[in-house]
Ligand binder design. Structure first.
Ligand SMILES: *[C@@H]1O[C@H](CO)[C@@H](O)[C@H](O)[C@H]1NC(C)=O
Ligand SMILES: *[C@@H]1O[C@H](CO)[C@@H](O)[C@H](O)[C@H]1NC(C)=O
Length: 344
């Protein structure tokens, strides 16, 4: 090789080494922000600002969170906080906070409301914000504000945002199994999935292309629902039915809208694995770390699966989110990981 060819050769080697690294760092920046819809599992503090008794803005909620109690329904970070960590994004502001305006909405907004469901009838006595109103808040208020801020139409920028939906559990615990009904579980579940699917279509038509759908958690293993020896099979079966339909929706939606990408996160399976086969560090898979009436909180939160009677601890949220992000098992993140989704 002469000198010119040698330097060309060296240059191409350098490019081969440097370029993929460069591409990767570009990829992880593809997601500009996250919009979140759902219930308490993904609520960053909206209920603080509602006239409702369903709140988590007092200790021991947030006892391990940098800012203390914020309305998050766990001791530390919830799955949305950890997702934002992975995506190198700041924590999402709750829609109802008065400071959720201007530049504060550019990386996304959390619309979720603890206690809410897909159906308005779920939790309506508690004055919560159901999925209908959450989507309306996004469409009528946040989206026009972003279009003005970016001087772009929503279709031009929403493809770079991720839409996370974590909802459904309350529709069973606080609705189907709460009010008398003659509807079959199958019919009720079909109604839920149909309603959810119509919301996804609204988001898609506005330009949304990347969706993360969280499964319902193992409702029957909640400390408030189980007994000393076993989980409620009835509730777990309901969650499983919902989850199988949700997974099917991921496939069907993609078939209908080819340029959409959806990830189904099987938080149910991930949490059941922790309960059935606790990883090192977990000592208590069935009791709540904190029981409302006693206002006594367990000392080592990392040993517990559940923080209160319903919500997982930060320790569990870390596992769920890291599997959703990196797991190579389709039984945990289907049909791809959130990391992969973020790079598309
Ligand atoms: C269920 O069906 C029975 C018999 O038709 C009827 O009497 C009852 O009111 C129904 N219950 C509800 C909650 O619709
Ligand atoms: C716990 O629940 C299971 C299933 O619901 C039931 O079969 C069992 O008798 C219960 N055990 C106790 C101690 O209540």
């Amino acid at each position: 090789m002469d000198r010119l060819n040698t330097s060309k050769f060296i240059l191409s080697i350098i490019l081969l080494i440097v370029f993929p690294v460069f591409c990767n760092s570009e990829n992880t920046k593809k997601i500009k922000g996250v919009f979140v819809f759902g219930s308490s599992l993904v609520d960053n503090g909206n209920n603080n600002l509602l006239i409702t008794l369903v709140k988590a803005n007092y200790l021991p909620y947030g006892i391990d969170f940098p800012d203390g109690p914020t309305g998050r329904w766990t001791n530390g970070k919830n799955v949305i906080d950890i997702l934002c960590d992975h995506l190198h994004l700041p924590f999402l502001p709750p829609f109802y906070s008065p400071s959720t305006i201007g530049p504060n909405i550019a990386h996304g907004v959390d619309f979720a409301s603890g206690g809410s469901g897909i159906l308005d009838a779920t939790g309506d006595i508690a004055n919560l914000i159901g999925l209908d109103q959450q989507i309306e808040n996004f469409v009528e208020i946040t989206l026009p504000a972003l279009e003005t801020q970016f001087t772009m139409k929503s279709e031009e920028f929403l493809g770079n945002y991720m839409f996370v939906v974590g909802i459904g559990g309350n529709d069973y615990t606080n609705n189907y199994f709460f009010y008398p009904t003659n509807q079959t579980l199958q019919d009720f579940t079909n109604d839920l999935i149909l309603a959810l699917s119509s919301k996804l279509k609204i988001l898609y038509n506005l330009g949304g292309r990347k969706f993360v759908l969280m499964s319902a958690n193992p409702l029957g293993c909640y400390p408030s629902k189980r007994n000393a020896t076993s989980c409620s099979k009835e509730l777990n079966d309901a969650a499983l039915l919902y989850n199988s339909q949700l997974k099917l929706l991921v496939r069907k939606f993609r078939e209908e809208f080819h340029d959409s990408n959806l990830v189904f996160v099987n938080s149910y399976g991930i949490i059941m694995d922790i309960i059935n086969n606790p990883p090192q560090g977990f000592e208590n898979v069935k009791d709540a770390c904190f029981v409302g009436k006693e206002l006594k909180v367990c000392e080592n939160r990392r040993e517990y699966v559940f923080f209160d009677g319903t919500h997982p601890t930060e320790a569990v949220n870390l596992i769920v989110t890291s599997k959703a992000f990196f797991s190579n098992r389709q039984s945990e993140a289907y049909p791809m990981t959130i990391e992969r989704l973020s790079m598309l």
